[in-house]
Write a protein that binds this ligand. Structure first.
Ligand code: GDP
Length: 447
């Protein structure tokens, strides 16, 4: 995710302010440029980015830094405040009787989020129930049921009923003792018309008080279209961002929020039912900037910088050169390729990497076609963190589970593992080549 860079590039620009008591126009330009670059690459609306830049510039140049605050801290706090303003307040979620409908693409984390939200409501003293209407994804029923039992909340689903609208209707009846109903819906890999029609019907049947769009934090470009389509069909009141515990930082969600004129409601930070937080703007922006919690800015800037550094160290392009190429690296590359175009063209853009180098690779080493890539992503969505980090540990029973969870053939799962192995071997062949070029390439591809 491109915003991953923001913390570090901002730190570099801010670092140049060290020891200065005032900022110059040039300093501010540099900083604003970094922010613009990151936000634009992460698909945040141009107009939003421009408004943000103008406010930052104006404030940084006109406001005096408070006594005892360095120019650097002052500018950082302005950036932080303006960005908090940009993401807006948290979606209002009253602690009372209500029905919440979850929408989103397959793999975005709806089922997991419904259980997490139920757990969250239960902790607040309410009695939540999950109504599972996903009849499309094999395994959704079992997964939801299992998570509901872990969250210790009421659950309704019916693996023998094919009509999700019927399940929704019946689910509300059967769980009428509960005061908060969370209705999980089916996703698809893309926004097909039948998905939209189905969710509209469910919406009419359950008459939710609010509709939340569940978005994977790693989503970039896709957030906008998804958000618009779901908003057009059922109206989106809030966004739940999932998988914030990964390397991605949720920039696409800003676009979705803007697109639907809504706000962020919840953040998912892991696979367990308790890995959920209510969205809190200041903490979120701190994380987006990769700088820990910036709330008490002046005290924390230094430590925050170290945290960012640590995050960077967590993904080292050199790991790949050493042959430690994980499925996460592979996914990152696939996503980068999706954003940037075919790999050979990407290579051409990097100094020293173009001009025939790709010809030396075995043809099929990088041959991941669009369809397979999409399948692979879905398959990877059903893997655990551990499996993504250490694909060699994936045995036959895991393959079976992953296939079931993702709704893909076991063959596809094995194909993915094969492809990963091949790419990892290919990367090993690169080991002898110029380190500088390689690092630049990896950074680019990972970015
Ligand atoms: P659905 O198809 O939208 O219902 O998605 P799922 O709820 O099945 O989630 C897809 C995958 O993402 C599963 O393997 C989940 O365990 C995982 N997942 C969901 N939310 C999170 C999260 O916040 N963090 C992590 N690490 N994984 C998550």
């Amino acid at each position: 995710m491109v915003l991953d860079d923001l913390g570090s590039s901002l730190r570099d620009s801010l670092g140049q302010l060290s020891g200065q008591s005032r900022v110059t126009e040039e300093d501010v330009e540099d900083i604003v440029k970094e922010i613009q670059r990151s936000l634009l690459q992460a698909d945040v609306e141009v107009s939003l980015v421009m408004d943000l830049s103008d406010s930052i510039k104006e404030r940084a140049l006109e406001e005096e830094s408070p006594a005892g605050t360095s120019a650097r801290d002052h500018v950082l706090s302005i950036v932080y405040e303006e960005m908090v303003d940009l993401v807006g307040d948290s979606t209002e979620i009253p602690l009372e009787n209500q029905t919440i409908l979850l929408a989103g693409l397959q793999g975005s984390g709806k089922t997991t989020t419904s259980a997490k939200m139920a757990w969250w409501f239960a902790k607040k003293g309410l009695r939540p129930a999950i109504v599972q209407t996903d009849t499309f994804r094999p395994g959704a029923y079992d997964q939801a049921k299992e998570m509901a039992s872990r969250a210790e909340v009421d659950f309704y689903g019916d693996p023998d009923e094919e009509d999700p609208v019927e399940i929704a209707r019946k689910g509300l009846e059967e769980t009428d003792e509960a005061d908060v109903h969370i209705v999980d819906t089916a996703g698809r890999h893309a926004l097909e018309d039948d998905l939209i029609a189905e969710i509209e019907e469910i919406e009419r049947a359950v008459e939710p008080d609010r509709n939340l769009l569940v978005l994977d934090a790693a989503i970039g470009q896709g957030a906008k279209d998804q958000a618009r389509q779901f908003d057009d069909s059922i109206g989106i009141d809030g966004v739940a961002i999932t998988k914030l515990d990964g390397t991605a930082k949720g920039g696409g969600a800003l676009t979705a929020v803007n697109e639907t004129d809504s706000s962020i409601a919840f953040l998912g930070t892991g696979e367990e039912v308790r890995d959920i937080e209510r969205f809190e703007p200041s903490g979120f922006i701190s994380r987006l900037l990769g700088m820990g919690d910036l709330k008490q800015l002046t005290e924390r800037v230094e430590r925050a910088m170290e945290e960012t550094q640590q995050e960077e160290e967590d993904w080292d392009p050199e790991d790949m050169l050493k042959g430690e190429f994980t499925l996460k690296d592979m996914r990152r590359q696939m996503q980068a390729m999706n954003n940037m175009g075919p790999l050979d063209q990407v290579m051409d853009m990097i100094p020293g990497m173009g001009g025939g180098l790709m010809d030396e690779l075995p043809d099929d080493a990088m041959d991941v076609t669009q369809d397979r890539m999409r399948d692979f992503e879905v398959v990877m969505d059903s893997m655990t963190e551990l499996e993504l980090e250490n694909p060699r540990a994936i045995g036959a029973s895991q393959v079976e589970r992953i296939a079931r969870g993702s709704g893909k053939d076991e063959e596809r799962v094995r194909e993915l593992l094969e492809q990963h192995k091949m790419m990892s071997q290919t990367l090993k062949q690169f080991q002898g080549m110029g380190q500088g070029n390689m690092e630049r390439m990896m950074k680019k591809m990972g970015g």
